[in-house]
Ligand binder design. Structure first.
Ligand SMILES: Nc1ncnc2c1ncn2[C@@H]1O[C@H](COP(=O)(O)OP(=O)(O)OP(=O)(O)O)[C@@H](O)[C@H]1O
Ligand SMILES: [Mg+2]
Length: 318
């Protein structure tokens, strides 16, 4: 065999090898995609043009928004917002910057009163409630920018969340009656139990502000959970986290839903996190819902892709 033929033969067999590796990878990928679809919760259509997990069908939805809207001057920051969330659903609210996602959380928690529309929490109309009342009624949240009591200990931050549940009279506290010490122990035990869910019990005496960023984000979630919510709202919980912290957070969110049997509504820009754990997703753009569906539906919705990436002609026909 001439050296030229040898070289051609070598190149051909290398190309064949590459093709076979590529095919293997494609096969594996489609197997993984099929498995992911199989693992996805079966979602069932319900009113409000929504879908809820099959296991929650026939039960009172934890949240229903009907034609919700708020105007800031001439800006319709949220308009005609309809959404239903199942009792144990992990739902996602996504959309480009400024779409109105945080404003929806502010409406649900009564930081803002809606200009129009209705919010039903576990079947109860929240009209006229203030932030304290909706917290008691069962909505807890975390914020886009961390809001902890940085100079207090980790345990004290959680105990603040517990305040609406454990009761101790003013006189018991002032006079240090036995009831006061029983309550103190209840607070301490409950705070440590919750911190343990996030493997943070050992940090109980640390100053909250001195914790690493990821741990502060987790502490915010623990504090929100301490209010014993039926619906937990998380505003960009993975912001600023590294990939391994985000992966851990994803497991923790599922763990919270499974352990506490509550619903979670998540705003997040990290698409791996959203597509990995959300069962139903709503997409906001300029204050309006432009799509609802399973992660698979959303990923393949041209309107969603356009909202995130812009139209081809917007980019000068690239
Ligand atoms: N209190 C307010 N007064 C006036 N305009 C507001 C107010 N709060 C929000 N907005 C406007 O409403 C729109 C939606 O804001 P919002 O913070 O809800 O967006 P977002 O989807 O959370 O964005 P991001 O992904 O950047 O956090 C923006 O145009 C914002 O400037
Ligand atoms: Mg926001």
């Amino acid at each position: 065999m001439s050296s030229e033929t040898k070289a051609t033969y070598k190149a051909q067999s290398a190309a064949a090898k590459r093709r076979s590796i590529q095919k293997d990878e494609e096969r594996q990928e489609s197997r993984a995609a099929k498995q992911a679809r199989k693992n996805q919760t079966r979602m069932v259509p319900v009113p409000s043009q929504s879908i809820v997990p099959e296991r929650d069908v026939g039960k009172q939805p934890i949240l229903e928004c009907r034609n919700l809207g708020i105007d800031f001057g001439g800006l319709k920051a949220v308009d005609d917002f309809n959404m239903m969330i199942g009792r144990t659903e992990i739902a996602g609210l996504i959309g480009p910057n400024g779409a109105g996602k945080t404003t929806v959380f502010n409406l649900l928690t009564k930081v803002y009163q809606p200009t129009r529309g209705t919010i039903l929490l576990d079947g109860v109309d929240t009209a006229g409630m203030d932030t304290a009342k909706v917290s008691k009624a069962g909505i807890a949240r975390t914020f886009q920018n961390i809001r902890l009591f940085g100079s207090l200990t980790v345990e004290d931050n959680v105990r603040i969340g517990l305040h609406n549940q454990i009761k101790c009279g003013m006189w018991s506290g002032m006079l240090r009656l036995p009831r006061h010490w029983i309550t103190e122990k209840e607070y301490h035990d409950k705070a440590l139990e919750l911190l343990d869910v996030f493997h943070m019990a050992d940090n109980a005496n640390d100053i909250a502000g001195s914790l690493p960023y990821g741990a502060q984000r987790r502490l915010e979630i623990v504090r929100a959970l301490a209010t014993n919510p039926k619906l937990l709202l998380l505003d960009e919980p993975a912001a600023g986290m590294n990939p391994s912290e985000t992966a851990e957070l994803m497991d923790t969110i599922k763990h919270i839903r499974d352990t506490f049997g509550i619903a979670i509504l998540l705003i997040e820009h990290d698409m791996d996190l959203v597509m990995g754990i959300c069962e139903g997703i709503a997409v906001l753009s300029f204050g309006k819902v432009i799509a609802k569906g399973t992660p698979y539906d959303i990923q393949n919705n041209p309107q969603v892709i356009e909202a995130y990436l812009g139209k081809q002609e917007d980019k000068g026909g690239e």
